[in-house]
Design a protein around this ligand. Structure first.
Ligand SMILES: [Zn+2]
Ligand SMILES: [Zn+2]
Length: 444
């Protein structure tokens, strides 16, 4: 009778609801709810006490009513003609919130009905004060079979949502986490992002890849930025987001891409792989069929996307890993002096499978760490346009600074096209023609 004796001892000292009493013995008996365990204990204690009402049982019945809020104990007292004026007290551990679990379920179902989802998980948050009390109660009374309130809430709310919707709990990557706040018995939804993969083309110069805040006001808006808060009026990110965010009814987005081109470089060819992470989306089954056309139209033809598709979270690290992969560039070089045919043949043979050393360029050193990197130039071809102008094509390791490969950046990039022929060369125009596609190269 250890469970009954201990339970009565607990109830004499603490008001406990059925849930919290039952939870102290959660390990014992399978297929029972804690609420059922607690009520069963109170039922047997009530029966024993009623049987012995004249030999100490009355006191126990009063404990079961005032500290256990157990109705049958009150009825037994009244049946036996005892006067009862006390009212039951609220639970010492949970304050009575566990009796309102059904409210949390109702709240959750109503919020879940507003979004598209298939899998879910319940998480109890902000229950620390309750957990401290229950732990103290269990430890002080040597109750090793207790479980935490958060497991009870997670399980009971989870079962109720499953029963009402027919959908399953998913531990690893649920579409939505139902967060239960037990102190207020309210619910908030933490909706997992959806990820859209594609390749973007930037057909005009002067557009950054991601939103670029004004360096004077950092986004607040000031005369320098015409109160837009931005250094550039738009970006590849904003043009894509303008279509995908409303499509997913998302609250925001993040763009992840396989490197980035300079603001003044175009991104041509088959485009640069990217993943747009759509935050807190209400819609997950995105109809992307007209999104490509819509992005082209929204950007006025400045930005286009290809091959949009829904992907998993792992695509983010996949495209970011592609930052290092081979990229092909084309552009125009201007020379301060005339370029000879000898210069051209030197350049055409100097950078085929050559490693260069590149220190972070002066033009970006304010934003990037000052590092020395080794980069491989796989191929370089130049062609004359006129006496001081060349066209070029270069295949280089991702992350190579192409403008500095040409100019030498005052000796910070070595060797450079300038250093090879001893003339001052400048990259006048730059386009990215090809970026290896992680999905094609890895067969995903
Ligand atoms: Zn309780
Ligand atoms: Zn500003």
């Amino acid at each position: 009778m250890e469970i009954l004796d201990k339970s009565l001892q607990l109830l004499k000292e603490h008001p406990l609801c059925d849930h919290c009493l039952g939870r102290m013995f959660a390990r014992y008996g399978r297929g029972l709810k804690n609420e059922e365990r607690g009520a069963a204990i109170k039922a047997v204690l009530t029966m024993e006490a009623h049987k012995d009402i004249s030999s100490g049982g009355e006191e126990t019945l009063r404990v079961l009513w005032t500290n256990g809020a157990y109705g049958p104990a009150l009825k037994a007292l009244v049946f036996e003609g005892r006067e009862v004026s006390e009212q039951p007290k609220s639970c010492d551990v949970c304050g009575g919130v566990l009796d309102k679990l059904a409210d949390a379920v109702k709240d959750a179902l109503s919020q879940l009905s507003e979004i598209q989802w298939n899998t879910f998980l319940v998480a109890t948050v902000g229950a620390e004060s309750i957990m401290k009390k229950e732990e103290a109660l269990a430890v002080n009374n040597g109750l090793e079979g207790y479980e935490s309130i958060k497991w009870e809430i997670n399980r009971e709310v989870g079962k109720a949502i499953s029963a009402a919707t027919g959908k399953e709990v998913e531990l690893k990557s649920p579409d939505v986490i139902v967060e239960v706040h037990p102190l207020s018995m309210t619910v908030s939804l933490n909706i997992s992002p959806v990820y859209v993969y594609g390749r973007y083309l930037k057909l005009e110069r002067g557009i950054p890849q991601s939103k670029w805040l004004c360096s004077y006001c950092h986004g607040k808006g000031c005369p320098h930025c015409n109160f837009t808060g931005k250094k550039y009026p738009t970006s590849v990110e904003e043009e894509i987001a303008a279509v995908l965010v409303p499509l997913a009814k998302a609250e925001g987005e993040k763009i992840h891409a396989a490197g980035r081109e300079d603001v003044d470089a175009r991104m041509l060819g088959s485009g640069r792989p990217f993943v747009m992470e759509l935050l807190s989306p209400k819609i997950r089954q995105l109809d992307l069929s007209s999104a490509e056309e819509a992005i082209k139209e929204h950007s006025g033809g400045k930005v286009e996307v290809r091959g949009l598709k829904l992907v998993g979270k792992e695509a983010v690290s996949l495209v970011k890993g592609e930052e290092k992969s081979k990229k092909t560039y084309e552009g125009v070089i201007e020379s301060a002096e005339d370029i000879t045919d000898d210069d051209i043949s030197i350049l055409n043979s100097a950078f085929n499978g050559v490693e260069i050393i590149q220190r972070t360029p002066t033009r970006v050193s304010r934003r990037r760490a000052d590092l020395v990197r080794r980069k491989t130039i796989y191929e370089l071809k130049v062609e004359r346009v006129d006496s001081k102008t060349l066209k070029f094509l270069v295949k280089a390791e991702g992350g190579t600074y192409i403008k500095e490969l040409i100019s030498g950046d005052g000796g910070r990039t070595l060797p450079s096209l300038s250093s090879k022929i001893g003339k001052s060369l400048k990259c006048k125009l730059l386009d990215v023609m090809e970026v290896e596609d992680p999905f094609e190269s890895q067969g995903i």
